[in-house]
Design a protein around this ligand. Structure first.
Ligand code: ZN
Ligand code: ZN
Ligand code: ZN
Length: 335
C-alpha cells in the first residue's frame, strides 16, 4: 500500500483516512485515479461518498455515471450483519478494513472485479454469523466468499491459529486466500491448465477426500521443502490459494516499502546479500526474482524490528525454492 496525499494541502494521508489530519479537509478514495479526492466537488466524476461511509465502514467515492449508492468495494457485499447487533457490527467494521485493502490490491493487479449481483460470474461477499446460518464456515464457492464474523475476534483467531498449528492467521490473509480460489476459476481453462498441473499438481484429485485425509493425518514431514504452509499440502487448489495469498502479501509489503523509498545497506560483510538500493515497485517489476530479493531484505529487517519490540515475527515464513517457482508462475501468469 502506497502513501497518498491530501488533495488540498498535499500532506501525507493514509488509506483509511476520511479527513486530512493537517488541514481538516474531508477526503475520499477515488479508486479510478488511485488517489484521494474531495467529496461533493461537482467537476469530478467521482464526487459522491459510498453509502457505507455513514456507517463508518467505507471512505471510497462512487462513480457518478453508475447508478449505485455503493462504491466498487461495497457493491460486492451480499450479506452483511444487522446494525442493531453491536458486536456483529463491530466485527464487520474490521472485515471491511481488510476487504478494502484486498480490493485495492486486485485493482493494482488489474484483475477483473464484478459484482455477482450484476453478473453471475462475479464476486459476492457473505459475512455470516450463527444467526444467518448454523455451522457457517469461511470459504469460497462459485464466486461467493464467505467469512464468518468470529474470525474478526482476535482472541478466537489466535486460539484457532494455535490449534491448527499455523504460523500466520489474519483477516487480510483470509480474504487473500479465498479470492485466490475465485481467480483460479477465472485464470485457468483447457488451454493452460496443464501449466498449472506441472507446478501445483493435478487438481482432479478428489477434493473432499484429500481434505479429510489432511485433517486426519496432517502434513507430510518434509512439507516445508515444497509448500508455503501445512494446509497447502492438502490439495493443489489449496496450494494455489495459499501461494496466491502469499504472493499478495509480498506484493503489498514491497509496495509499501517502495512507497516509503526504503533501501537497505547493512554494513557487515556477511549480510551483503541484503543490500537493496531501493525497493522496487512490485507492480511495475517484470522479474519476480527482483521482487523476491528485495522482500528478503525487507522481511529480515521487519522481523528484527519486531523482535526488538518483543513481538512475534511479522513474516514467519521460510520460502523454499519450490515455492519461489510457484510464486514466479503466478507473477508471470498475471503479467
Ligand atoms: Zn490536507
Ligand atoms: Zn464503499
Ligand atoms: Zn481454500
Amino acid at each position: 500500500m502506497k502513501i497518498f496525499e491530501c488533495p488540498n494541502c498535499k500532506s501525507p494521508v493514509f488509506f483509511e483516512n476520511t479527513i486530512c489530519e493537517n488541514c481538516n479537509t474531508s477526503i475520499g478514495y477515488n479508486h479510478y485515479l488511485d488517489a484521494f479526492d474531495i467529496p461533493n466537488n461537482n467537476q469530478d466524476n467521482f464526487s459522491k461518498l459510498c453509502s457505507n461511509f455513514n456507517l463508518g465502514v467505507c471512505n471510497w467515492l462512487v462513480d457518478n455515471n453508475v447508478n449505485t449508492e455503493f462504491c466498487l468495494a461495497c457493491s460486492l457485499n451480499r450479506t452483511v450483519p444487522n446494525r442493531s447487533n453491536t458486536d456483529h457490527f463491530n466485527k464487520w467494521v474490521k472485515l471491511e478494513t481488510a476487504k478494502h485493502r484486498l480490493i485495492y490490491q486486485l485493482l493494482k493487479l488489474k484483475l477483473p472485479i464484478k459484482s455477482k449481483l450484476q453478473d453471475e460470474n462475479g464476486i459476492a461477499f457473505d459475512f455470516l454469523s450463527e444467526n444467518n446460518k448454523e455451522n457457517a464456515v469461511t470459504g469460497h464457492a462459485d464466486g461467493v466468499v464467505t467469512i464468518i464474523l468470529t474470525e474478526a475476534d482476535s482472541v478466537q483467531r489466535e486460539q484457532l491459529r494455535k490449534q491448527m498449528n499455523e504460523a500466520y492467521r489474519t483477516l487480510l490473509g483470509h480474504f487473500r486466500h479465498e479470492i485466490g480460489h475465485y481467480y483460479w476459476e477465472l485464470l485457468f481453462n483447457d488451454s493452460n491448465i496443464e501449466s498449472f498441473r506441472q507446478v501445483f499438481g493435478d487438481e482432479r484429485l478428489d477434493y473432499s477426500e484429500a481434505l479429510e485425509k489432511h485433517y486426519k493425518n496432517g502434513a507430510p514431514n518434509n512439507w516445508n521443502q515444497n509448500y508455503i504452509s501445512e494446509y497447502a499440502t492438502s490439495h493443489p487448489w489449496e496450494d494455489w490459494a495459499e501461494t496466491w495469498a502469499h504472493y499478495l502479501h509480498l506484493m503489498d509489503t514491497l509496495e509499501t516499502a517502495s512507497g516509503f523509498g526504503m533501501s537497505f545497506y547493512p554494513n557487515k560483510e556477511y549480510v551483503k546479500k541484503l543490500v537493496i538500493d531501493t525497493c522496487p515497485n512490485p507492480y511495475f517489476t517484470e522479474n519476480f526474482k527482483d521482487i523476491f530479493d528485495a522482500s528478503i531484505a525487507l522481511t529480515c529487517v521487519a522481523n528484527s524490528l519486531n523482535r526488538s519490540m518483543g513481538l512475534p515475527d511479522i513474516y514467519p515464513f521460510i520460502v523454499p525454492d519450490k515455492v519461489i517457482q510457484k510464486l514466479t508462475f503466478i507473477h508471470n501468469l498475471l503479467k
